[in-house]
Design a protein around this ligand. Structure first.
Ligand code: ATP
Ligand code: MG
Length: 365
């Protein structure tokens, strides 16, 4: 159930450079092959140090990390919501993704053309936001027309829905993203079928020049200031350098290259991990000699549902789960030692799986 992040932004801001870097980011965590489903969808392994820890302890035949997908979406321009620059097609691409990585040009380089003249992250962000909002407004207005008819017949539910839709309409018209419009959680159901673009979770990538990776620059400051109240993450990286980092197969060489830039981790790794969080995902592990494996679930899932990711039988016939915490596994080294020391807890159907849990499911079908 790999979820998708769409890489969105103005033309020529570094989206494809970033996407290519992500796509060639060789599985660091393990020997999971990178594969491309379509030319513009990349399956990217989620780097996770905990897998290495488990590998060292268990020495499995196989190590399987978890993955998410990135989609390289073509650049949007002003007027996209009205079909400019193939806008409608690209907006449809955005509708299909689960979260948005909004790439914003924060690098100064006179050789690289900026579609709007000069580097201006705040302006650029607004151009994209506006196009997405206009498209959302169109969706909301269509639904309003539909629901109005029902409301007129005196249907109470429709009346209530109409009120909520009006709130979205006003918010969007005033330049707000749908995710920033304050409504009750259950009211979100009213717009669920619209798959609004600006309701999807977002994070920003400030694409800076090589010299500003560590320090940031004035453009990054402007962007941070602009998104302050959004509570969104801003990741600073240099896409051009990331694509070079991703080329290294040899981990030592890679580490050396990184340290030349004063980095201890690639920007890509940070981005992938942030994207994973943005999608509201967490990881649990299964650890056997055959295979140590990371599994992706949504935060808040209970044990049977989490088990269902492995196989539907596990969910259907769920009896109980045995759970070891990673640091206990590290301390006692083996599953049996964990058992002897009372570090395996037996959990039932109501157990909410935690990030990093090592799970063993008992089931009967
Ligand atoms: N951080 C950076 N510093 C300098 N140059 C960069 C940086 N990131 C990307 N570039 C350069 O910017 C140019 C545009 O990059 P890219 O093709 O990735 O943009 P794009 O957003 O995918 O554009 P489009 O929307 O047209 O597909 C390329 O020449 C790339 O090498
Ligand atoms: Mg591109």
């Amino acid at each position: 159930m790999a979820l998708q992040c769409g890489i969105v932004g103005l033309p020529n801001v570094g989206k494809s450079t970033l996407f290519n870097a992500l796509s060639s980011a060789k599985a660091e965590a393990a020997n999971f092959p990178f594969c491309t489903i379509e030319p513009n969808v990349g399956v990217v392994t989620v780097p996770d140090q905990r897998l290495q820890i488990l590998e060292d302890l268990v020495k499995p035949n196989k190590l399987v990390p978890t993955v998410i997908e990135f989609v390289d979406i073509a650049g949007l321009v002003k007027g996209a919501s009205k079909g400019e620059g193939l806008g409608n097609k690209f907006l449809a691409n955005i509708r299909e993704v689960d979260a948005i990585i909004h790439v914003i040009r924060c690098f100064q380089d006179d050789n690289i053309v900026h579609v709007a003249g000069g580097v201006d992250p705040v302006f650029d962000k607004e151009v994209i936001d506006t196009e997405l909002q206009l498209k959302d407004l169109e969706s909301v207005e269509k639904k309003i027309i539909r629901i109005e008819k029902i409301a007129k017949s005196g249907d109470a539910k429709a009346k209530k829905e109409l009120e909520i839709l009006q709130l979205f309409k006003q918010g969007l018209e005033s330049g707000k993203n749908a995710r920033a419009i304050e409504v009750e959680k259950e009211d979100l159901e009213v717009v669920r079928d619209l798959h609004l673009l600006t309701i999807k979770p977002v994070l920003y990538v400030a694409n800076v020049e090589e010299g500003s990776i560590l320090t940031g620059n004035k453009f990054v400051e402007q962007l941070r200031e602009k998104v302050k109240e959004e509570n969104a993450e801003v990741i600073v990286l240099c896409a051009a350098i990331e694509s070079q980092i991703a080329e290294f197969e040899d981990q030592e060489e890679k580490a050396m290259f990184l340290s030349e830039y004063g980095l201890d981790e690639s920007g890509l790794n940070k981005l992938i991990q942030a994207a994973y969080k943005l999608l509201n995902l967490i990881t649990y592990f299964t650890a056997g000699v055959q295979e140590v494996r990371a599994w992706t679930i949504k935060k808040g899932w209970k044990a049977p549902q989490a088990a269902g990711v492995i196989h539907s039988d596990f969910e259907r016939g769920f009896i109980k789960a045995e759970v070891i915490k990673l640091n206990d596994y590290q301390t006692f080294k083996t599953e049996s030692a964990c058992r002897e020391n009372g570090k395996i807890s037996i959990e039932g159907k109501e157990y909410v799986v935690q990030d990093g849990d090592i799970m063993h499911f008992r089931f009967n079908v």
